[in-house]
Design a protein around this ligand. Structure first.
Ligand code: NDP
Length: 339
């Protein structure tokens, strides 16, 4: 322990074990607990702080409120040759993906392309852990999730959109996969919460207060205000597409339809997720793997030494991380408190 900075070095294995105990002691099945624990620990290790251990309070209070079912067993259906559908049964999206993964990969490889649509799921995590493993096995994956009404589409007066993250992963021969993953709002809601918690103001242009006036105060955005889409009308249109593809295709809820008012403490959006998987081997020979390698060479020649996904690739294999001792104490406390 580093007493001066108030941080503790923990092994990722120990952190994952602690997180597993927290989730299990709040009603999650052992499968769900292990999946969520690995997800939170890897996000923390990769520096995705808005979706690492910071989210444990949100998971715990959602589980305690009865809003989400930590023991749900997803139902997987093959809707068409290239469409795998999962009813998450009010459980977590990562568990639904885990249940459908083998069938989905088989459908991608057989058809060259397939869709995984998930309905009735809760997603409170970063999206890159969902898509990166596909690229690691040579596939391209595109994923989208909608969330809860907290962002105002350009031209509207109400927060109809969620922070609606969008992620992409593609294999690059002999190199780190190219992976990007971000909210389609000006910033992730978790980062607004972190700023509020730490007493920081936000850069201009991130959101509005309850009167629709621009504000840099994160508390005003969180309490009755809203975020705005990234990139003006362009990000707004991408977020509209995400609502249509995720809620429309899965038959799930639009972000603005998420109503957790009967479950005080609920924080996990109850919506859906889609993943589009493509097998780039169908374009061989002289296809994707050659062309994508040539593209990376062109990027380097243009001066771009690091592309999205490389930073995380370089730190994979990390075994220990530093976390605040106050946060560790809080996690230990959660682990001891059963539902
Ligand atoms: P960021 O604005 O931090 O952008 C992250 C992405 O951009 C990463 O792919 C990152 O690659 C890349 N990137 C960042 N800076 C650079 C740079 N200088 N050069 C090249 N690439 C760069 O993401 P957000 O804050 O919008 O989102 C954070 C997380 O929140 C995401 O993981 C998202 O999935 C999650 N989220 C989840 C929601 C949910 O409902 N589950 C809702 C909203 C957001 P790299 O990692 O390699 O640095």
């Amino acid at each position: 322990m580093n007493l001066q900075s108030g941080t503790v070095d923990v092994s990722l294995e120990a952190l994952e074990g602690l997180l597993t105990r927290i989730f299990e002691s709040h009603g999650c099945s052992s499968t769900t607990a292990a999946i969520l624990a690995a997800n939170c620990a890897s996000a923390e290790a990769a520096g995705s702080f808005s979706h690492g251990v910071f989210r444990v309070d949100g998971y715990v209070s959602s589980l305690r409120s009865g809003w989400v079912d930590g023991a749900a067993v997803p139902e997987v259906h093959l809707k068409a040759a290239g469409h795998v559908f999962v009813d998450a049964k009010n459980g977590f999206a990562q568990v639904a993906l885990h249940a459908a993964r083998a069938l989905f990969v088989q459908r991608i490889r057989e058809s060259g392309i397939a869709l995984l649509s998930i309905r009735g799921s809760h997603h409170l995590a970063a999206l890159w852990p969902d898509v990166t493993p596909f690229a690691q096995e040579g596939l391209i994956a595109i994923s989208m999730v909608n969330s809860f009404g907290c962002s105002i589409p350009v031209g509207a007066k109400k927060p109809l959109l969620g922070t609606n993250p969008f992620a992409f992963a593609a294999p690059i021969r002999g190199e780190a996969p190219l992976v990007f993953d971000f909210a389609t709002t000006s910033m992730a809601n978790g980062d607004v919460q972190l700023a509020a918690r730490e007493g920081r103001t936000l850069p201009p242009g991130m959101g509005v207060d309850s009167n629709g006036e621009a504000t840099t105060d994160p508390n005003k955005i969180l309490n009755g205000g809203a975020l705005v889409p990234f990139g003006g009308h362009k990000g707004s249109a991408i977020s509209l597409m995400i609502e249509l593809l995720v809620a429309g295709l899965t038959g799930g809820k639009f972000s603005s339809e998420v109503d957790w008012s009967a479950h005080p403490g609920a924080q996990t959006p109850h919506t859906g997720q889609i993943i589009i998987g493509i097998d780039p081997a169908i374009s061989e020979p002289d296809g994707f793997s050659d062309r994508s390698s040539q593209f990376i060479v062109m990027l380097r020649e243009a001066g771009m030494q690091s592309y999205p996904g490389m930073r995380r690739w370089r730190i994979q294999g990390k075994t220990h991380i530093s976390i605040s001792s106050a946060v560790l104490e809080r996690l230990t406390d959660h682990a001891m408190k059963a539902k």
